[in-house]
Design a protein around this ligand. Sequence first.
Ligand SMILES: Nc1ncnc2c1ncn2[C@@H]1O[C@H](COP(=O)(O)OP(=O)(O)O)[C@@H](O)[C@H]1O
Ligand SMILES: N[C@@H](CC(=O)OP(=O)(O)O)C(=O)O
Length: 450
Amino acid sequence: MKVAKFGGSSVASAAQLQKVANIIISDSERKFVVVSAPGKRHSEDQKVTDLLIELGERSVRNEDYSSVLEALLSRFNDILDELDLTKEIVEEVKDNLLSILQGETVFTHKMDALKATGEDTLAKILSQYLNSLGYKATYVHPQEAGIIVSDEPGRAQVLDESFDHLYNLRGREEIQVIPGFFGYTKDNKLMAFPRGGSDITGSIVAAGVKADLYENFTDVDSVYCVNPKIVQSPQEINELTYKEMRELSYAGFSVFHDEALIPAFKAKIPVSIKNTNHPDKKGTMISATRDITNGPVVGIASDNGFISIYVSKYLMNREKGFGRHLLQILEEEDISFEHAPSGIDDMSVILRENQLTSEKEEIVIQRIKDELKVDTVTIDRDLAMIMIVGEGMNSTIGVTSKASTAFSDAGVNIEMINQGSSEVSMMFGVKAEGLEPAVQSLYKAFFETK
Ligand SMILES: Nc1ncnc2c1ncn2[C@@H]1O[C@H](COP(=O)(O)OP(=O)(O)O)[C@@H](O)[C@H]1O
Ligand SMILES: N[C@@H](CC(=O)OP(=O)(O)O)C(=O)O
């Protein structure tokens, strides 16, 4: 039994949905289908989720949102038209969106309810389409499926009891189409996963129903060893371990959500990344182990939007609890951190830029000065992180030297280096403008000269 998840690009139009239906019906093992909301049909297009967010934002600012509502409804209308389906659902969507917008609920909950409408509607349309083709398919609402999540708007996390609920779906005969991207709290509040979170739903469903395979259909033939927007036609990766994929997706391989691997990994379900447009291509298989035959580094990931809080204090190394206290200040201000490299008299904490609003920045800096009596505290902005990843790295000598030569060849200064304890990844901090040249140079060093 397989769970097949189709991303936004795969369900962006009627033509894409025809490919999706062909993929589903070509393999009777594909019993569970998870869908995203329609994504971009071309590079200038807007994702349905972005339109829904804009709708919510305009409404909260008391601005006219009629054109956004129109654009949303016509996306669904066009799909139904081209698939020759009846259109009652468009009116339902309109009524539902207006009742959310006019409801009394708090803004974050309203936003999650709006965002969920994209995947929810698409799941209904796809099951209607499969029925029209003569296949037995049903739409299954996440609450009916038993996807129970934490009470964290826009960043919900699945609760363990969901897996037992989902297991009960195995007994059903028909193809079950489940909307991705959201679940419900124990007290029945709709909560969305982080952006890109339909991958997470797919993984949860695969773990719950104990699938043999979780197939993640997208718009590329495989995971590439580097972002194809930075290096043209990079090498494909055919096999990855869960750990490698988690590290790569955390640091910028947006093809698969970094939080999506954990449920599949814990349930030991292999994940296959495939292209909806070329379903016969091999794709990428992610599982617990792989043969290390392709060199120490399997991929190079990169992401920008980081900042660093740098603190220094003479004799920091002798002060018990300094690091804990610094991190505690962040915790108390509800800020999560990514890395914390330290020296003898100094320590940096790397954060995602969106964690530190300007109000929080002032408070944090003042608290660090007052409570830790530091000599210096500064904030470094516009940082990018580059990560080289591979299970083979821990048994290979000279990886750091090869990487640092690549940075120097590109004329990019390394601001910091951090090697994870598992030695599956090595992270380099650089100024944002150095990201592309450094990644291109690393690609040359590790993949073109093998
Ligand atoms: N290393 C990589 N390998 C493959 N794709 C990548 C990589 N890094 C970034 N991407 C991007 O991820 C995109 C697919 O992810 P996403 O847009 O979330 O797809 P979907 O709409 O199927 O959910 C690709 O079109 C590609 O531009
Ligand atoms: N539609 C949601 C969830 C998602 O997973 O989308 P996609 O499959 O297009 O990445 C988003 O845009 O965030």
